[in-house]
Design a protein around this ligand. Structure first.
Ligand code: HEM
Ligand code: CU
Length: 823
């Protein structure tokens, strides 16, 4: 017996609601599907740009002594190519898929924070505008995607391209941190009843792990570029060796982000491979648990290997050895995953779709990239080939098969869900072979020229070094990939109208996104099958042979029909909000002001603050899930209790605090490293810090934390008056702390540009002060709410989130106080 999922179709009114609202509703939408589409379309646009930039490079490098691009232009082109591919193509493309698919895969209506979701997208757009406007208004950044100091300091890069790039990175980081927070909270809070973490689809699980990678990696980059900005604009000397700074601090901060970043680009694509492979092998995934654990391990180890990018720097022997060792170790979980995919296909009845082609292409090529990675982790070998084309070949060999092929497998697989139409398979396979052979032709010769000594990031080369033929082949290969990209673009556009109709479930798949229409209606589901295993749709379609039997035993078809929960449909009108796009455009204006004049910064910042205040007054969207009726598996109780521990606001704050910990750790690392490398502290001629007044300020801040906590308890016990007064006390105490700090700033005998001493002091305390200010503003807003007549009293949720944040700020201060004042 087999049950046809299409039988359970809701009447297809979804498509109509989905289209409603005119084009402006795309600007104000908070629907995860639309935001997903926006992300995907925008990043595919940048994909075309980045490929075009790559082909410009390959044209220049095709023959010796070419003058197609000037050295200046070449530098800008490779930097923009790398930066675009990483931050404007692959990361947002993956965010787009995460947005579109995760709520569908877990049976939810939307992401945990729909408005913040829109904000992430629009901040990404603001970031992209910032980067690309440097082409128009200034020289584009030309220092490479890892922009090593001291090359980026004003002495060597006086033009503003670097400043555009810095501000771009800050916005892009903000966007990905907000996005990651949303993904993590969505997966923690909104899984449908019955979907324990181990039953969650692999694409979703991989994104769950990935979101923690993003939260942990991005802040380190934000700190790195913020310090660079201060060096360039405020005369600090974090990276200027001649003034006591240290360019190595940049490298540590950058690569602590940079290596995990590679996994951020690849793991979600692995997740796509893990979805596609079993479906087209017609077998469940092999070793699901091992796959999940391996993903977690790769993510974790990713943070322990950063200095393998710094073997040529001359770090201590033991440190290099440690980093080499951990790098080798990563091959193990990666090998496990490859084995799992192969074992899934083994003896499966393979369906050779374009998607599966990309999976097979991925595995065969990625293994080569992985192995050359192992060669590079071997320190003496790395010394030989560092900064040659061997490295360029290696990381493209990881990124193209790893992320791009994985994503292509995903696009061919999910395009029908998003559009209701299938992509053309013949064009798809043509594209695949162009990519596959184009890839081999482009990058395998680059390994060889690399070993022959051709340096990377050099705009041209001389004949007579046996490099000619390899470069020519590589360039031809590049254009073969380019042709593949054109075929792909054509397929995407034409299939939108001409593609075969997909129906709900064209691949006979097993996860929940295939249980609804294509495209899904605004509210995603009107019915949800009961979830007893990782393949709820398989169980539904094959009650005679389910993965897991319901607690009541094998069900009859009629019982199954009962088990398909009827979800209460949400109101037809989608939730629209113009605030996210306004905030993002306000931030863009702040950035423009930072490049032009301070007045604009002030006006735009006030505007952003106003918009954020309006945000808190706007009624929030309805909660994103209604649990199915009548389905209440007992093992779900534990899950529910776990996820009810924190309301979603507090959960969001805690996740944010997680990334803030990395932010301050990075900052404090820079402080300690720089301070340890000075001969005397404080340097001669500069005064020691006065502890007395600051100790008093510290007491004020701690008392404020205690008061805030007491206020929260009062609120929990419904003592509203007491809450109002105690919160006011907490605010006053916090403000006193800030005032004392302000007084100290005004009376200090040194400034931010007084060497490492002044720079670290003002930066560390200044960033902390900014956090205190943000916390105070949030408290003020909550406090103001207590006077709102007739309105709702501030919820415990809001108060709890901000209070936890406040405690975090206190703890950070104690660390800073100890290091800066007591040490
Ligand atoms: C048609 C495909 C591609 C071609 C022909 C290509 C070509 C190149 C070349 C020739 C360089 C070296 C520039 C130099 O060191 O002088 C380069 C750098 C780079 N590429 Fe690609 N690339 C392609 C696709 C990709 C993809 C898909 C990604 C990422 C997902 C990527 C990321 C990068 C990065 C990060 C750099 C380093 C830029 C820098 O050194 O600042 N590329 N690419
Ligand atoms: Cu690395």
């Amino acid at each position: 017996m087999s049950v046809d999922v299409n039988r359970h179709d809701p009447p297809s009114r979804g498509a109509a609601t989905y289209q409603a609202g005119g084009w402006t509703s795309w600007l104000t939408t908070t629907d995860h599907k639309r935001i997903g589409v926006l992300y995907i379309v925008t990043s595919l646009g940048f994909f075309l740009v980045a490929i075009a930039l790559a082909l410009l490079m390959r044209t220049q490098l095709a023959v010796a002594n070419n003058d197609f691009l000037s050295p200046q232009t070449y530098n800008q082109v490779f930097t923009m190519h790398g930066t675009t591919m990483i931050f404007l193509v692959v990361m947002p493309l993956l965010s787009g898929f995460a947005n579109y698919l995760i709520p569908l895969q877990i049976g939810a209506r939307d992401m945990a924070y729909p408005r913040m979701n829109a904000l992430s997208y629009w901040v990404y757009v603001a970031a992209a505008l910032t980067l690309y406007s440097s082409f128009i208004f200034s020289t584009a950044v030309d220092t490479g995607w890892f922009s090593y100091a001291p090359l980026t300091l004003p002495a060597y890069s006086p033009h503003e391209g670097i400043d555009f790039w810095i501000l771009f990175i800050i916005l892009a980081g903000m966007s990905s941190i907000l996005g990651a927070l949303n993904v993590a909270a969505t997966i923690i809070k909104l899984r449908a009843p019955g979907m324990g973490l181990w039953r969650t689809p692999l694409f979703t699980i991989t994104n769950f792990i990935n979101s923690f990678l993003i939260l942990a990696a991005m802040p380190s980059l934000t700190v790195a570029v913020s310090l660079l900005y201060l060096d360039r604009q405020f005369g600090t000397s974090f990276y200027a060796a001649d003034l006591g700074g240290d360019p190595l601090v940049w490298q540590h901060l950058f690569w602590f982000f940079g290596h995990p970043e590679v996994y951020i680009l690849i793991l979600p694509a692995f997740g796509m491979i893990s979805e596609v492979t079993p479906v087209f092998s017609r077998k469940p995934i092999f070793g699901r648990t091992a796959l999940i654990i391996a993903t977690g391990l790769i993510g974790f180890y990713g943070f322990t290997v950063w200095a393998h990018h710094m073997f040529a720097v001359g770090l201590p022997f033991w440190f290099n050895a440690l980093m080499a060792g951990t790098s080798f170790t990563i091959a193990v979980p990666t090998g496990i995953k490859i084995f799992n995919w192969l074992a899934t296909m083994w003896r499966g009845s393979l369906v050779f779709t374009t998607s599966l082609h990309f999976v097979l292409g991925f595995i065969s090529l990625f293994v080569v990239g992985g192995l050359t990675g192992v060669t590079l982790a071997t320190v003496p070998f790395d010394w030989q080939v560092t900064d040659t084309y061997y490295v360029v070949a290696h990381f493209h060999n990881v990124l193209l098969p790893g992320s791009l092929f994985g994503i292509m497998a995903g696009i061919f697989y999910w395009y029908p869900k998003v559009t209701g139409r299938l992509l053309n398979e013949r064009l798809g396979k043509t594209q695949f072979w162009l990519f596959y052979f184009g890839f081999i032709a482009t990058f395998f010769p680059l390994y060889i020229v690399g070993l022959l000594g051709m340096p990377r990031r050099v705009y041209t080369w001389d004949s007579g070094q046996s490099w000619d033929i390899y470069n020519l082949i590589s360039s031809i290969g590049g254009f073969v990939i380019g042709l593949g990209v054109l075929v792909f673009a054509y397929n995407i556009v034409v299939s939108l109208r001409k593609g075969a109709r997909a129906g709900n479930d064209p691949w006979d798949a097993w996860t929940l996104e295939w249980a609804t229409t294509s495209p899904p209606p605004h509210e995603n589901f009107q019915m949800l099958p009961a979830i007893y295993s990782a393949r709820p749709l398989w169980d539904l379609k094959h009650p005679e042979n389910p993965d897991a039997v319901a607690p009541e035993g094998v069900l009859s078809a009629a019982q199954i029909d009962n088990r398909i929960a009827q979800l209460e449909a949400e109101p037809e009108r989608p939730y629209l909000s113009s605030i996210p796009i306004l905030v993002a455009m306000g931030l863009l204006t702040v950035v423009a002001g930072m490049l032009l004049t301070t007045e604009i910064v002030v006006i735009a910042a006030v505007f952003v603050l106003g918009a954020l205040v309006a945000w808190t007054f706007q009624p929030a969207p309805a909660p994103a899930i209604s649990p199915p009726v009548g389905v209440d598996p007992p093992e779900f109780d534990r899950e529910v209790r776990l996820r009810e521990r924190f309301d979603s606001g507090t959960l969001g704050v805690l996740l944010f605090v997680f990334s803030e910990v990395i932010f301050f750790t990075s900052l404090i690392y820079a402080y300690v490293d720089l301070r340890m490398s000075q001969m005397t502290w404080p340097p001669e001629g500069l005064p020691d810090l006065e502890i007395g007044l600051t100790a008093v300020a510290t007491l004020f801040l701690i008392s404020s934390g205690v008061a805030a906590h007491y206020a929260l308890i009062s609120l929990e016990h419904q003592h509203k008056q007491r809450f109002r007064w105690v919160l006011a006390l907490a605010i006053v105490l916090g403000a006193t702390f800030l005032s004392i700090q302000g007084y100290e700033y005004l009376t200090a005998d040194f400034g931010i540009s007084d060497g490492v001493y002044g720079g670290t002091f003002f930066t560390l305390t200044g960033f902390h002060g900014a956090h205190v200010t943000a916390g105070l503003l949030a408290f003020l807003l909550i406090w103001a709410r207590t006077f709102k007549k007739g309105g709702r009293f501030p919820t415990e949720h809001a108060a709890r989130g901000v209070t936890y944040y406040w405690h975090f700020v206190d703890v950070v201060w104690l660390v800073i106080f100890t290091l800066v004042y007591l040490w």
